[in-house]
Design a protein around this ligand. Structure first.
Ligand code: HEM
Length: 170
């Protein structure tokens, strides 16, 4: 399933845009999560969680699937392959786990956003969940930074499977 050079550039452009865009969006998420626990102003806190829900569902979730999809296309369409090189295989695992974690954490974010939009909101509710959001977005930024560095440094060479494929190709 080799891609032409044109197709490869297109897939790579889409992949880098989605993946690094995802990192940027999660950095915004972290800033909002920190503002959500540090601000004393109930209106500002309400705005933060409503913004987090919108950014989460409409930017972060789509970018994360786009990164995964374009990454798999770029892998299968080139000699990099999905499991031949450590840097690609580790990114695949990281991205699948990060996608699962994100989907698991979106319903609690929607829950906080609904509470924040309600008439009874005083700004001090759901502290435990809100602190968790800071920790989770901070961890996500670190994981995505690691994936970006793996992509550019490409350390460690081929996996055992990748070496076998190399020996069996004429
Ligand atoms: C957090 C997720 C990811 C980030 C931040 C990321 C970032 C990047 C970046 C910056 C490049 C460009 C490197 C270069 O051209 O030297 C790249 C290329 C690539 N990525 Fe990812 N990536 C991610 C996830 C994935 C996943 C899940 C896969 C596949 C399973 C994947 C497979 C690839 C492949 C094969 C290339 C090289 C494509 C080519 O040379 O045409 N990436 N990635």
């Amino acid at each position: 399933m080799a891609m032409s050079p044109r197709q490869r550039k297109f897939a790579l452009t889409a992949h880098v845009t989605a993946s690094v865009g995802w990192l940027g969006a999660v950095a915004v998420f972290l800033a909002l999560a920190v503002a959500g626990v540090t601000s004393q102003d109930a209106q500002r806190v309400r705005a933060v969680y409503i913004a987090m829900e919108v950014a989460g569902w409409y930017v972060i979730v789509p970018l994360c699937f786009a990164s995964l999809l374009t990454g798999v296309v770029s892998s299968l369409g080139t000699t990099w392959g999905l499991l031949r090189y450590y840097w690609v295989a580790v990114k695949l695992v990281i991205t699948v786990l990060a996608t699962g974690a994100l989907l698991l954490h979106m319903p609690p974010i929607s829950h906080i956003a609904r509470a924040a939009a309600g008439p009874g909101w005083s700004g001090g509710e759901l502290q435990g969940l809100r602190t968790q959001l800071v920790v989770q977005s901070g961890a996500a930024v670190l994981v995505l930074l690691a994936a970006t560095a793996l992509s550019t440094y490409k350390p460690q060479g081929r996996t055992r499977f990748g070496r076998r494929v190399l020996r069996s190709t004429p």
